[in-house]
Design a protein around this ligand. Structure first.
Ligand code: F6R
Length: 590
């Protein structure tokens, strides 16, 4: 994870770096730092804490110069400390480096360098400035040195480096971690995600796997892995339609929950020909495998039910981090449907790369345009959710579901019917968001001192239980389990005691009559039952009312109050739901 940025141009670099970094904090917020170049010297500041805290402590905004690099960290190798924050320097403070990724062979490299170089951190990244220094001292330019260094690195990286000996350039390289160039008349930018350039420029150059770049005030040079110069014109991005401020909301998470009707409507607007082409690919193969992580995997689990119910197509869902252990079963008759908001999740990319080698077709559902996953795929459907800043996925989850519904209806030759149904369900979501006003807020207040929650459901609703539990865990730091209701009696029932909150997702659909006995089993043991349904049931101690919709579409409406409940639970515990501890939005490490 981690976010990196660079700037060279006419503006004061420090303010540009802090502005662009602030839009990448979703990638990590354990520590932050920047380095600028001014009058032949590197000026750097870094510390543990969020970007705003580090700016306040280290006065990063005062660093002089018109060229610099910056970093916001999600710790992997080495704890959260000032020493482990980036940028890292060589021994003479002549080279500064920021890195996103993991250098797998760093121990070997560190051992080799240790005799002649002084290491100040426990990070894998710190080997990079020292290696650069070695090559620069043989007479190579910074970019030539970087080309040599990356050949020695195993693992993943997006790297930016500046040197006081060559003060007119930023050099960069990437492999398996994203890096994008932004072009503007006032200067040139680099960042892990084009979101950093929001409001600055929409002209970008995508850097491909294995390439190195040199960015100056006036131009960009790109070199491929063999060191040959590559020509690439900037392209225009218009993928971030979304507003990047919280508007009237206290937190991005709440804003994004409320943006869901609009996000679903945008997701519904797909090129019919593309959806049909993907449906044709799905029909052609023997095996359909959904792969994803976290919330996106929950969307996949629901997609599996929808594919089966609407189109009679059976698909397996394989957790992306486990995908490699099934790779023997993948062949040219397999279609992998990879789902990822960021398109940069390392586990997903790894599974997809392995499946490609085995000849599988790759279709992806992605939010971030031109992300690594999108580029690896044979075909892509974009969620069009706009930027999702809150670390907890909300609007992209319902957008993913929308795409899965569209595909299922296309597979059943009922595409227009599917679109119409989605449109009417969206209106119901809109109404229920207005109607909720205080309901989930009051419930969250009432249950604020509870430490263990159980979310149960059946059939298509099971993954909603899992997602509701995940939301509560990640933003309110409350233990929560989501499970198929029928599984309770096989063990978990032992944990249900007087007052234990059990959230039953039981819309009035084909699962309703079957889940009632499971709810009764918990109530008999004293559970405090919160029913999420359009039908009242006397077993409920609390009733979260949802609007009735055609039964296939209940996941789109039942998830909304669970997201809101998690949000309010975080706020009542005085936590920032946008930045849960230990988490980052884009998980680019395995
Ligand atoms: C939870 C959450 C994560 C992500 C997971 C996959 O709210 O956001 O569980 O869903 O890290 O991320 P993407 O979808 O970017 O592959």
């Amino acid at each position: 994870m981690c976010g990196i940025v660079g700037y060279i141009g006419e503006k004061p670099a420090a303010s540009v770096l802090l502005d662009t970094l602030s839009r990448l904090e979703y990638r990590g917020y354990d520590s932050a730092g920047i380095a600028t170049l001014y009058q032949g010297q590197i000026h750097a500041g870094k510390d543990a804490g969020s970007l705003m805290e580090v700016v306040a402590k280290q006065h990063l905004d005062m660093l002089p110069g018109n060229i610099g690099i910056g970093h916001t960290r999600w710790a992997t190798h080495g704890g959260i400390s000032a020493a482990n924050a980036h940028p890292h320097m060589d021994c003479d403070n002549e080279i500064a480096v920021v890195h996103n990724g993991i250098i797998e062979n760093y121990e070997i490299l560190r051992q080799r360098l240790k005799g002649t170089h002084r290491f100040l951190s426990q990070t894998d990244s710190e080997v990079i400035p020292h290696l650069l220094d070695e090559y620069v001292h043989t007479g190579l330019s910074l970019e030539q040195a970087l080309q040599k260094v990356v050949k020695e690195l195993e693992g993943s990286y997006a790297i930016l480096a500046i040197s006081s000996r060559e003060p007119d350039k930023i050099v960069g390289a990437r492999r398996e971690s994203p890096l994008i160039i932004g072009i503007s008349p006032e200067g040139n930018y680099l960042a892990s995600d084009a979101l950093a350039f929001h409001g600055i420029t929409d002209r970008v150059i995508l850097i491909e796997e294995g390439e190195c770049v040199v960015v100056t005030r006036v131009g960009v040079s790109i070199y491929n892995e063999s060191g040959e110069k590559v020509k690439r014109a900037p392209i225009k991005t218009d993928w971030y339609h979304g507003e990047l401020s919280k508007g009237l909301y206290d937190y991005f998470m709440l804003k994004e929950i409320h943006e869901q009707p609009a996000a679903i409507r945008r997701a519904v607007c797909q090129e019919t020909a593309e959806v049909m082409a993907i449906a044709a690919e799905i029909r052609r193969v023997k095996h359909v495998v959904f792969t994803a992580c976290g919330t996106s995997r929950h969307a996949a689990l629901i997609g599996r039910y929808v594919f089966s119910k609407v189109a009679g197509i059976f698909g397996e869902v394989v957790m992306a981090s486990e995908f490699e252990y099934f790779i023997e079963s993948v062949d040219s008759q397999t279609l992998v449907l990879a789902i990822s908001q960021s398109g940069e999740t390392a586990d997903v990319l790894d599974g997809v790369r392995r499946a490609k080698v085995k000849g599988a077709k790759i279709i992806s559902l992605v939010n971030t345009v031109d992300s690594s996953l999108a580029r690896l795929s044979d075909r892509v459907l974009y969620m069009k959710s706009g930027p999702e800043v809150g670390v907890a996925a909300t609007k992209t989850f319902t957008a993913q579901l929308t795409l899965l519904y569209l595909l299922a209806f296309a597979l059943a030759d009922k595409y227009e019917e599917g679109k119409n149904q989605l449109t009417s369900v969206t209106a119901k979501i809109e109404e229920s968001l207005v109607a909720d006003a205080d309901e989930t807020n009051d419930l969250a207040l009432k249950l604020k001192n509870q430490h263990d929650f159980y979310f149960i459901a059946r059939g298509i609703n099971f993954a909603v239980a899992a997602e509701g539990a995940l939301k509560l865990k990640e933003v309110a730091y409350v233990h929560a389990e989501g499970m198929p209701a029928g599984e309770l009696k096989h063990g978990t029932l032992a944990l249900i005691d007087r007052g234990t909150p059990v959230v039953a997702i039981c819309p009035h659909d084909y699962t309703f009559d079957e889940i009632l006995p499971n709810i009764a089993e918990t109530a008999a043991r004293g559970a405090y039952v919160i029913g999420v349904s359009d039908k009242f049931e006397s077993l409920f101690n609390e009733w979260i009312r949802i609007p009735p919709v055609p039964e296939l579409f209940y996941p789109l409406v039942t998830i909304i109050p669970l997201q809101l409940f998690a949000y309010h639970s975080a706020v009542f515990r005085a936590l920032d739901p946008d930045k849960p501890r230990n988490l980052a939005k884009s998980v680019t490490v395995k």
